[in-house]
Every structure is written in C-alpha cells, then in structure tokens.
Design a protein around this ligand. Structure first.
Ligand code: GLN
Length: 389
C-alpha cells in the first residue's frame, strides 16, 4: 500500500535522532503495518535471523533487530503495539525497550492500534538502548498523549528529569523481582531454564524474588487481538486510493475503486485483521467482543497495579518459544498470535518493559522481559543492566 510513498514530513523520533547527531541510514523491513510476529508478512518478503538464517528474526520490527544483530547499524527504532520491539530483540539476541505509553511521541508513526503502541529503541547493549531512549523521549506538541501535564511546562514530563543511560549501573541490591507463574507456564522448558538461571544470577547480586499472581493474564492475548484488530480496521480505512498510498487503475465508481485499491494494496494478514476487527466492532457484536476485551484490559491494568505495590519489576521470558523456522507459523495464525502471550499484557496496561539477552539454548538467543510500573523506565534499565553484565 505504501511501497512508493514518500512522506511529506519526518516523525518526531527521527527528527530528534538527527538533531542529536545520529544518521538515518535506511528504513528497515517489517511485517506489513506492524501486523505479525515473524517479519514474514512483509510486502517485501521475509528478513532472516542473523543468528540462524533458517529462522525468523521475530517481528514485527524484525528488520531493525536483525540490522543491529548483524552489526550493520549500532541502533535502530521499532514500534511495539503488542511486542514488536521486544520479540525481535529476544529472537535476535539484542536489547529492546517498549516505553510507557506517552513517553515517546508517536507523531509521524503510521498507526496500527493507537491506544497500544509506542516507538522504542533496539541496541546491542542496555546502556546504548537507554541512551537512544533519552534522545527520543519527551513531550511533543504534535502528540497530546506525551503532554503529561498540559497545564505545566515541559519539565513536568517524566522524561525531563531522567537520565536513562545513567540508570544502567548494574546495581540490583534491594531490587524486588516479581515472578508471575502465569508467564512461565506453557513456555518451552529450555526457554524457562535460561530465564530462571538469569533470575538466580540477579539474586546472587542482591536482588530478592517474590511470586506474584496476575490471573487476568490468561485472557490478555485474546483481549489484545480483539482491541488491536478493531483499532486497525478503523485506522486503515484511510488507505482508500484517494488520499495517499496505492491507487488501482479501476475507473469504476467510488465503491468499486475503493475495493479494488484495497484488494491490491493490502496483504493477506492485513485483510484478515481488517475483516476480524470490523466484525468485532459491528452493531450486535460490539458488546460481545470489543466491550468484553476492554473489560479484560481494565482487569489486566488492575492486576499489574496491585503487583507493583509489592515488587519493583516483574520478570518472565520475553517470548515463550525459540525463534520459529521460516514458514513454520505462516499457515497457523493462531500459533503466531499465542506466541505474544507474554508481551501483549504490557501494552494493554500501557507499562514499560525491556527485553535483554538472558542466554542461549540450542545456539538460539533467549530474552528475559522485565516489566516496570508506569514511567519506571530507570528501574527496568537498572535491572536489565545487571543481566547484561
Ligand atoms: N505480533 C503482534 C501483532 O501482530 C504485535 C505487533 C506489534 O507490536 N506491532 O499484533
């Protein structure tokens, strides 16, 4: 749909990187409109995982993570609607941060599901990812969700006082780590072993662990997909061949040309989601699907809030599985959706999370996810930097 599209302005995140002296060397491959967990649904074809070219790099920001893992670039950006920064970071053995909703401006980002997504950094180390986060975070008059306190000046934004790179000091003494069994049950055994070993190592450095219960998470991935697809069906209505993007040669009436443009311009996964999202929002089904998903979302938020009265961070495997073989999940969308079980709850609750390499199994990278309370970026960066060392 947007293969030949040249946007008339740059995203705020990109402008800030350029202003800070960074050089943008290219656009990275990704699942079409961010819809995927493997980068195989890209209109340009799949990206391979530099660690093992027969495996996927994760998604949807797989091109970004692969470019960092391959050493082509030092830093990259991704967007995380339901895990698309953390998943490819985990699968490629690099670091990815999904910021708290409202920390980073989404101005210039092509929307998939506005209420869930944030732009986030991908890098080889926790410190570098944190440094990039400092550059892109902060209030932006073009994105009202970044205006933490509209009555006060920019200093009221949580990013204004924070030095994220300085937080990567590796000091986890007195840090309390919550362990939610819900996010370990059902994960591959060897993945769990690697993550548990990383947690044991944090304990040996002075951290304390405590088990936490998040019963709502059983419904999170289902709620996520209903909400994400519903928002997508509305967002993607703008790609009509009139405003911008692909336009079919069909000279028929408005309806015929709209349908033809969208049939040609969208890939199969995007069409599937527009259809499902439209269905979930339709009169008669709205309460049964979208309404109930919103109830589940409220429950997930509440569960996390309660857990964070007791612990500083919550640890789990980032992905419950190892990187898929190319093609393995393409015929089975449900399998692909379920792989997002550990990342999507964080977006539903609008919280920050980081994925950092915890070790390897069968020569494949395993990521540990550390989730923090709202605007607790410094805490998860500090904890992750102790895993890094
Ligand atoms: N895999 C999830 C999805 O397809 C997450 C995508 C994302 O974070 N952009 O919806």
């Amino acid at each position: 749909m947007l293969a030949d599209y040249v946007p008339p302005y740059s995203a705020t995140a990109v402008e800030r990187i350029t202003a800070a002296g960074g050089e943008i060397v290219g656009k990275a491959n990704m699942d079409e409109f961010g819809m995927g967990t493997t980068t195989e649904t890209s209109a340009f074809g799949p990206t391979r995982n530099p660690v093992d070219p027969e495996r996927v790099p994760g998604g949807s920001s797989g091109g970004s993570a692969a470019a960092v893992a391959a050493g082509d670039v030092e830093l990259a950006l991704g967007t995380d609607t339901g895990g698309s920064v953390r998943c490819p970071a985990a699968f490629c053995g690099v670091v990815g941060i999904k910021p708290t909703y409202g920390l980073v401006s989404r101005y210039g980002l092509i929307a998939y599901a506005n209420s869930l997504e944030q732009i986030g950094p991908i890098a080889g180390t926790v410190e570098e990812a944190a440094e990039l986060l400092s550059v892109i975070a902060g209030p932006d008059e073009h994105d009202a969700t970044t205006r933490h306190d509209q009555a006060a000046d920019a200093r009221s934004h949580p990013a204004a006082e924070a030095d994220y790179a300085a937080a990567a000091d590796g000091d986890v003494t007195e840090l309390t780590i919550g362990i939610p069994e819900q996010l370990f049950d059902g994960a591959d055994e060897d993945v769990v072993d690697v993550v548990k070993a990383a947690i044991t190592d944090l304990e040996s450095q002075g951290a304390e662990t405590r088990s936490v219960s998040l019963p709502s998470l059983e419904y999170a991935v289902e709620a996520y997909y209903v909400i994400a697809m519903s928002e997508a069906s509305s967002n993607l209505a703008r790609f009509d061949g009139v405003r911008y993007g692909h336009r079919s040669d069909d000279d028929g009436d408005w309806n015929a040309s709209f349908a033809q443009t969208r049939s040609e311009g969208f890939g199969a996964e995007v069409k599937r989601r527009i259809l499902l999202g439209t269905y979930a929002l339709s009169a008669g089904y709205h309460d049964e699907y979208y309404g109930r998903a919103q109830d589940a979302r409220a429950w997930v938020k509440q569960d996390f809030e309660e857990a964070f009265t007791d612990v500083d961070v919550i640890a789990s495997p980032t992905m419950p599985v190892k990187p898929f073989r190319l093609g393995e999940s393409l015929d089975d969308p449900l399998k692909m959706y379920l792989a997002d079980a550990n990342t999507t709850p964080v977006n539903l609750a609008n919280l920050p999370a980081i994925s950092v390499p915890a070790g390897q199994t069968d020569g494949l990278p395993v990521g540990i996810q550390l989730v923090g309370p709202k605007f607790g970026e410094s805490t998860i960066i500090r904890a992750a930097s102790a895993v890094d060392t």
